[in-house]
Design a protein around this ligand. Structure first.
Ligand code: C2E
Ligand code: CA
Ligand code: CA
Length: 712
């Protein structure tokens, strides 16, 4: 979870960085767009200025229209000044930096041409004024000459003709085409006769010269072509603007694409973080294997329920479901199979309890169900039975057909507890009780149970130190031949005396030791003690065929069990053929599926193998054939009611006959009466063990017991 949360944090940091980057990028974009805006504004300013140059230039050009007339000098001066101002504006801004020499060249040219134009305008103005006034003067003079009346008629018409032509000039007719000079020559021959005519002549001559000059100015002004130069400036601006606009468009596009990508990444990351968060949340409250809610979620749910219920006070029940011997399946077939099994079982349980009820997995093979709808015990029992039988159904995984069962503990709200932990603890206690009752069953929580559980807990606690504190001892119970009453063997039985708990029966603490794993160490202790004792007896002249030692399957599953047992045998010097190992029927069954070899190894060493508590397990007689064992020990539960229980009589007899037919020796345990002994003897049972012959006793007592029997 830690790692998750730190990863999430890193992600969020990442998102923050990305976000900052995005904001930074956007501000850059904003600034850039601002810059572009500024540029285009500038561009329009320049364009406008250039347009103004055009306008002023045209206004100046209009000065040169050849129809001689009155010129508005003020306007011309104003226009030329404005032209200068605009030109200066272009010369004195960043444009020159952008366009460099080309622009400077054009601007210089414009300035040059403009200056020349102004000169031309000035000359034009002067000439124009002169021509206009000379035309007025010529009209005046011709009228005077005509009034004098001294003029010949042809001369008079010549004057009129000349005046007409001068008028034509005003109307923009080419002066050369009018042959004014020839007319003037004609006057030249007559001029000496009239003083006025002389003036007239001179003024026309002057007029012609002025017109020539003005024409020259006009030609030059035409050649000047300032307009075109301004146009070139315009083109230059436009070209640059278009180019920069293209580039800007490209950059803007890239900017937008980048911003878009970052935005997409940002959104994507945001959703990913959200999803991961959900996932982490899910992981925090769910079991990854079965996808059921986990313990935390269960506790949350039950707390909420209690809070709700405390107002309405409705009852509900908790089922604590623990699979029996699941660890064995996990250990022998592997976790893969175990996991698959859990998934299948979780689905089955869900199906039985229904969607309305709550199921959680709170441990490896532990489930809890919360049953809300069923109130009375009967209905709960029916449901629990259904759950148990659903679990009991064989499970097919790969080539294995697996059987498992569950022990179920039930605690009810509010009767058995008013808070989640008490309820859960009590359901757990009830489950343990169900296990103690032989597994594959269920139990309701009760106060009495609590006491038992407490005792079990204490046993668990005390057991841890019992070996160190030397609280264990070993008792020995003789086994004998039923026919001769000879002692054939002795079974070693562990005894525990604890200061607080007093004498604790092995029936009570062996399972605890097995559950906690302490049995391994304890087992070696018993094994060593038994072997040592056997050797001590031997020295004291007690010759017993073998010592029977109970072996827990938990111990034999240890990978180094054989080596360790062998080491103890060597260390104590006992001959292995004097050792009989008592193993439960259940272990023997599992042994064959587990493909273990330890029993064969021990047998090869010389040890005998005996099946303890035979008849209580599941093994069928036919299957017994294949086992590498020596002895079958009929469980005392078949003996206790002999000879009165007909069925037990038949079963025990059948076991004896069949075992012997398979070549196994048979021993009956728990013989308490003479009748029992006699009946078994009549069945040809070879050996027996029980209080009737001898109770378990200390090793010293065995010595005296042995000698007593010998002496008889
Ligand atoms: P078990 O191996 O079936 O041992 C026989 C049990 O029956 C012993 O109980 C013994 O005292 C008792 N018994 C003997 N004769 C009679 C009789 O005539 N009538 C009745 N009612 N009982 C009789 P104990 O010593 O309390 O042991 C109980 C169980 O604890 C044993 O059953 C065995 O499964 C386990 N156990 C005892 N000692 C050891 C040990 O050293 N190692 C292991 N792994 N388990 C042990
Ligand atoms: Ca035994
Ligand atoms: Ca037994």
């Amino acid at each position: 979870m830690e790692a998750w949360s730190s990863r999430i944090k890193n992600r969020i940091d990442g998102v923050m960085i990305l976000l900052l980057f995005f904001v930074f990028f956007l501000s850059l974009l904003f600034l850039y767009l601002q810059h572009i805006d500024e540029r285009s504004k500038n561009y329009y300013n320049y364009k406008k200025t250039v347009e103004k140059l055009h306008l002023y230039n045209q206004q100046l050009d209009s000065t040169f229209i050849r129809s001689y007339r009155y010129l508005d000098n003020d306007k011309i001066t104003h226009t030329s000044k404005m032209f200068e101002v605009e030109l200066e504006f272009l010369q004195n801004n960043e444009l020159t930096q952008i366009f460099g020499i080309e622009l400077q060249k054009i601007l210089l040219k414009i300035a040059d041409k403009y200056n020349r134009k102004i000169e031309l305008v000035e000359s034009f103005k002067t000439l124009n004024a002169r021509i206009t006034s000379s035309v007025y003067y010529l009209y005046e003079l011709s009228r005077q000459i005509k009034n004098n009346g001294k003029l010949q008629a042809d001369m008079e018409s010549l004057l009129s003709n000349i005046l007409f032509k001068i008028g034509q000039v005003f109307l923009d007719t080419d002066i050369d085409a009018l042959h004014l000079k020839e007319d003037l020559k004609k006057i030249g021959t007559q001029q000496y006769r009239d003083e006025d005519l002389v003036y007239f002549y001179k003024h026309v001559e002057q007029f012609l010269q002025d017109v020539k000059l003005i024409q020259k100015i006009l030609v030059e002004q035409n050649m000047l072509n300032l307009d075109e130069t301004i146009n070139r400036l315009n083109q230059l601006l436009e070209k640059e603007y278009l180019q920069s606009q293209k580039q800007e468009d490209r950059i803007t596009l890239i900017f937008f694409i980048f911003a878009f990508i970052i935005l997409i990444v940002l959104i994507n990351t945001y959703f990913r973080v959200l999803r991961k968060k959900e996932e982490v949340n899910y992981l925090a409250y769910h079991d990854t294997l079965t996808h059921l809610p986990n313990r935390t979620e269960f506790e949350r749910y039950i707390s909420g329920l209690i809070e709700k219920k405390s107002k309405g006070m409705k009852a509900f029940a908790i089922l604590f479901i623990d699979l029996d011997r699941f660890k064995g399946i996990n250990d022998t077939l592997g976790h893969d199979i175990g996991d698959k099994m859990l998934i299948i079982l979780s689905k089955r349980i869900c199906k039985v309890i229904g969607e309305k009820n709550f199921l959680a997995r709170i441990g490896g093979d532990e489930f809890v169900a919360l049953i809300e709808r069923k109130k009375d015990i009967k209905k709960i029992e029916v449901l629990v039975e259904e759950v148990a039988s659903a679990i009991r159904e064989p499970i097919q995984i790969k080539e294995y057909s697996l059987n498992t069962t569950a022990s179920i503990g039930i605690a009810r709200y509010p009767k058995d507890g008013r808070d989640k932990s008490t309820l859960l603890r009590h359901a757990d206690s009830a489950m343990y009780h169900a296990k103690d009752m032989g597994k594959d069953t269920y139990a309701f929580y009760s106060k009495k149970l609590s006491v038992e559980i407490e005792r079990r807990l204490k046993i668990e606690q005390e057991l841890v130190y019992a070996l160190k504190r030397n609280e264990f001892s070993v008792s020995y119970q003789p086994q004998y031949r039923l026919d001769t009453k000879e002692i054939s063997g002795v079974e070693a039985l562990i005894r525990w005396h604890n200061k607080m708990l007093g004498n604790v029966s092995p029936e009570e603490f062996i399972t605890v030791a097995e559950d906690t794993g302490l049995i391994v160490e304890l087992g070696y202790y018993i094994f060593r003690e038994a072997c040592k004792t056997y050797m001590a007896w031997k020295e004291q002249g007690v010759h017993i065929n073998f010592i029977a030692i109970n072996m827990s399957s938990v111990q034999l599953r240890q990978y180094d069990a054989f080596e360790k047992l062998k080491a103890i045998i060597e260390e104590t010097g006992i001959d292995a053929k004097h050792i009989e190992l008592e193993l439960t029927e259940r272990y023997i069954m599992e042994y064959t599926t587990d493909k273990l070899t330890i029993l064969d190894d021990l047998r090869a060493l010389g040890c005998r193998i005996s099946i303890d508590d035979f008849g209580t397990g599941y093994s069928s007689m036919s299957y017994l054939r294949s086992l590498s064992i020596d002895t079958i020990k009929i469980d005392k539960s078949f003996i206790v009611e002999l000879p009165y229980n007909k069925q037990d009589v038949e079963v025990s007899q059948a076991i004896i006959v069949l075992s012997q037919s398979l070549g196994y020796e048979v021993i009956a345990e728990g013989i308490e009466t003479l009748e029992q002994e006699q009946l078994l003897q009549s069945f040809h049972c070879e050996m027996g063990q029980g209080y009737y012959f001898a109770k378990p006793m200390s090793s010293e007592k065995i010595v005296s017991f042995y000698h007593e029997k010998q002496n008889k």
